[in-house]
Design a protein around this ligand. Structure first.
Ligand SMILES: *[C@@H]1O[C@H](CO)[C@@H](O)[C@H](O)[C@H]1NC(C)=O
Ligand SMILES: *[C@@H]1O[C@H](CO)[C@@H](O)[C@H](O)[C@H]1NC(C)=O
Ligand SMILES: *[C@@H]1O[C@H](CO)[C@@H](O)[C@H](O)[C@H]1NC(C)=O
Ligand SMILES: *[C@@H]1O[C@H](CO)[C@@H](O)[C@H](O)[C@H]1NC(C)=O
Length: 327
């Protein structure tokens, strides 16, 4: 089933936390594709298991395809999982949809470009994407467990078994966060009594986005995530009416780490100074020309006739400026 719908709406944006003034901003989300069929023959497909809705905000950059590929290979091991990928670009990316299709997973692909006013400013990354995913969930799903997993996180498969049983909101430690190396609830006699996170930020729930899961039945219509950097998690959990005593600590009473906030070093996209048409015209080197075009298409390098690094080819320890040297 292929769907291509646009759902534009006007969202209210609070200018500041306590400020009653708000301005309206318009968002333009597009539902690229929804697949409800789990095509994986090697996985337990028992309907006794609640579906995990794994929400991944993503954005185009040289690392996007490799990060999504790696995450896909984790999620493919997880039974009864529906992957919601919300991409911060105005088009339904062919690269992203290829990755999703090949997983065999049920999935929802959304194009959710961030609102114009956040272009170029210090915008809270991922909020427009997560809001779009929440809207889709609220309109289409009544049952299951919601988890926000970024495209660069590392997740132990054990975490999925644990969050699947979330009754309201479960929480657990996240490794590689801030100045303490970890962000976690502090558990006393099986109950969450506080938080260990190097940035308290006067938050009620000082947790990372990857540090909690929510039962979708607990996802109130009032559920919302503000465009306020650093406060997205806290405000979202507050909007659910969550109380400290409701929190279900996982990962052995928050003593184990099952998810990490890994980051890939940002890659500075190089410009290659070469004449792609000329290389493409040499029939014997069509494959090499295709590789260069693929590298450019995936955003890993630009190709220019006049600017950039002049690349060399080597053979027998010698360097050549053009493929003719390889002959
Ligand atoms: C898994 O179960 C779903 C719903 O029960 C069904 O639509 C799907 O075809 C099943 N997949 C496989 C591979 O059996
Ligand atoms: C599949 O999951 C169900 C529900 O948890 C469980 O009862 C069943 O034993 C599992 N089947 C296999 C083959 O693991
Ligand atoms: C968590 O702590 C409670 C209270 O001490 C205990 O009953 C429970 O078994 C612990 N859970 C795990 C998974 O260790
Ligand atoms: C690349 O080359 C073109 C034409 O020679 C020039 O106009 C342009 O400014 C250059 N761009 C950069 C980024 O150097």
């Amino acid at each position: 089933m292929w769907l291509l719908l646009s759902w534009s709406s006007v969202e209210l944006l609070s200018l500041a936390s306590m400020d009653p003034r708000s301005i309206s901003i318009s968002v333009k989300n597009k539902l690229c594709h929804v697949n409800y069929i789990d095509e994986r023959l090697y996985i337990n497909n028992s309907t006794d298991l609640k579906i995990i809705y794994f929400v991944t905000p993503t954005y185009p950059r040289p690392e996007q395809v490799p990060e999504l590929t790696r995450l896909a290979h984790t999620l493919m091991h997880v039974p009864r999982l529906h992957w919601i990928v919300a991409d911060d670009q105005p088009i339904c990316s062919e690269e992203v949809s290829n990755i999703l299709r090949r997983t065999g997973l049920p999935y929802t692909h959304i194009s959710s470009p961030k609102p114009f006013i956040y272009k170029g400013t210090n915008f809270p990354r991922g909020v427009a994407n997560r809001r779009a995913a929440l809207t889709w969930l609220q309109e289409n799903v009544n049952d299951g467990v919601l988890y926000f997993g970024d495209d660069d996180n590392t997740v132990d498969l054990q975490l999925f078994d644990e969050i699947r049983l979330t009754k309201k909101v479960s929480m657990f430690p996240v490794g590689l966060i801030g100045d303490y190396g970890v962000s976690s609830p502090v558990v006393k006699e099986g109950k969450v009594v506080g938080f260990f996170d190097s940035w308290p930020g006067s938050r009620l729930f000082a947790v990372d986005m990857a540090g909690f899961a929510v039962n979708i039945e607990f996802l109130k219509p009032s559920a919302n995530m503000p465009y306020i950097a650093g406060h997205e998690e806290d405000r979202f959990l507050v909007s659910l009416g969550l109380k400290m005593e409701d929190i279900e600590p996982l990962a052995a009473n928050c003593s184990k780490i099952l998810v990490w906030h890994t980051k890939t070093v940002k890659y500075k996209k190089p410009t290659l100074r070469l004449d792609i048409k000329k290389i493409d015209s040499v029939a014997a080197y069509k494959n090499f020309a295709s590789l260069l075009k693929e590298t450019n298409r995936l955003g890993m390098a630009s190709i220019s006739e006049n600017n950039g690094t002049k690349p060399f080819l080597t053979r027998n320890r010698k360097s050549f400026e053009t493929i003719t040297g390889l002959k």
